[in-house]
Design a protein around this ligand. Structure first.
Ligand SMILES: Nc1ncnc2c1ncn2[C@@H]1O[C@H](COP(=O)(O)OP(=O)(O)OP(=O)(O)O)[C@@H](O)[C@H]1O
Ligand SMILES: [Mg+2]
Length: 222
């Protein structure tokens, strides 16, 4: 099998109390993995640990075969800019700028072109000249997804990317994400409360009782 894009091993983390321990996450090219679990169980924290933003108390995270938290800040910054894309639970778009300007910030930094076909697919091509503050929550969410995909990352970390969307638009966004990972040999780590969307990933895990469990066939009680 190919080398994993992400390999997190033996991860433990606490803030005031222990959130989780002994967590392993592995992602190969073309693979999608979802994490479900109750609010406050630590899903976003785990996603931030796997995506260079939080150094865990214990354990190791390797991206593209290299240990992350032993790297210099500038090397970590380069991974964020070129190699990974993060759809944050809260979008972090620049409010005073237009939708297109927000996307261009990422593409200029990553030296990529804005992919107009992607904007069409996400049904946001007509909104590009509008200021972010004039867009609905779901439209902003799709702009933030376009911003992430436009820089052509090898791993997408997506924290509730369909949280503000109706079922039809959520489905469309997931199709765009799955098409992207297939056509670019990339991988997707998805955090969601939507069990039907979680189940569309190759593997489903549940963060519960302070560790990560491979989900059994029934998602009914998550
Ligand atoms: N930077 C921080 N400092 C202190 N505590 C934090 C910090 N970030 C998160 N926490 C705490 O860690 C716990 C897990 O938070 P996290 O955001 O990972 O949960 P989550 O599973 O993503 O929840 P949700 O489904 O509501 O998004 C919460 O109790 C939260 O208050
Ligand atoms: Mg969260």
């Amino acid at each position: 099998m190919s080398q994993p894009l992400l390999e997190a091993k033996g991860i433990s983390h606490s803030f005031d109390t222990l959130l989780f321990s002994g967590v392993d996450v592995t992602l190969h090219p073309g693979q999608s993995l979802s994490i479900v679990g109750r609010s406050g169980s630590g899903k976003s924290t785990l996603l931030h640990i796997c995506s260079t933003f939080i150094k865990p108390n214990e354990g190791s995270v390797a991206l593209f075969g290299e240990d992350v938290y032993g790297k210099s800040e500038s090397d970590i910054e380069a991974i964020r800019r070129y190699d990974i894309g993060i759809v944050f639970q809260f979008h972090y778009l620049f409010k005073g700028m237009t939708a297109m300007e927000n996307i261009e910030v990422a593409t200029l930094l990553a030296q990529e072109q804005v992919d107009m076909a992607l904007l069409e697919k996400l049904e946001i091509a007509e909104l590009m000249e509008q200021k972010i503050g004039e867009l609905s929550g779901g439209q902003q969410q799709r702009v933030s997804i376009a911003r992430v995909l436009s820089k052509k990352p090898r791993i997408i970390f997506a924290d509730e990317p369909t949280g503000n969307l109706d079922n039809e638009t959520a489905s469309l966004v997931m199709e765009v994400l799955f098409d992207y990972i297939q056509s670019h040999d990339a991988a997707l780590l998805l955090v969601t409360h939507d069990l039907q969307i979680a189940a569309r990933c190759d593997e489903v895990y549940r963060l519960e009782s302070r560790t990560l469990h491979k989900n059994s066939t029934s998602l009914a009680h998550v």
